[in-house]
Design a protein. Structure first.
Length: 154
């Protein structure tokens, strides 16, 4: 059996849980929500947000822009809005990841159990063959001794 076939055979245990592989589902909302949640965790987002916040605070503190003077209420509102959307999406992603991990762990356990059963069967067959070979060796020894006894007596 090739490694591709054995790998495909292993994944048969994962097929019942394939729906869990997309963190937010497989529809349009799921794809958009996943992209949104992934973007929040990227270094580009963090550095970009930091740059925007520094520019925002700098421009408003230096009175270069007058739309959000100190204490930066609009910036606080933007962060609150961002948190209101990010938190549920992140929690949803974590919950689905936990379900996916559990389903994969169970599938792997079933696969290990099947391998253990197959190994036990191979061990049983090997033991049977070894016993059969030992019996044949005993018979050969007896026949050899018998032939030797008849040839030497003549």
């Amino acid at each position: 059996m090739s490694s591709d076939q054995s790998a495909a055979g292993h994944f048969r245990f994962h097929q019942p849980h394939i729906n869990l592989h997309a963190p937010f589902g497989t529809g349009g909302f799921g794809r958009a929500a996943e992209a949104f949640a992934r973007a929040f965790g990227s270094p580009i987002f963090v550095f970009g947000q930091t740059a925007i916040v520094l520019l925002w605070i700098g421009a408003n503190a230096a009175h270069l822009a007058g739309f959000d003077p100190y204490p930066f209420i609009l910036l606080n509102l933007a962060f609150s809005l961002q948190a209101a959307y990010a938190a549920p999406l992140i929690l949803l992603a974590q919950t689905r990841q936990a379900r996916r991990d559990l389903a994969n762990a169970r599938a792997d356990a079933r696969h290990r159990e099947e391998l253990a059963q197959a190994n036990l069967e191979l061990l049983r067959r090997n033991t049977d063959l070894t016993e059969h070979v030992a019996e044949l060796a005993r018979r050969i020894d007896r026949l050899t001794a018998e032939i030797h006894g008849k040839v030497v007596l003549r």
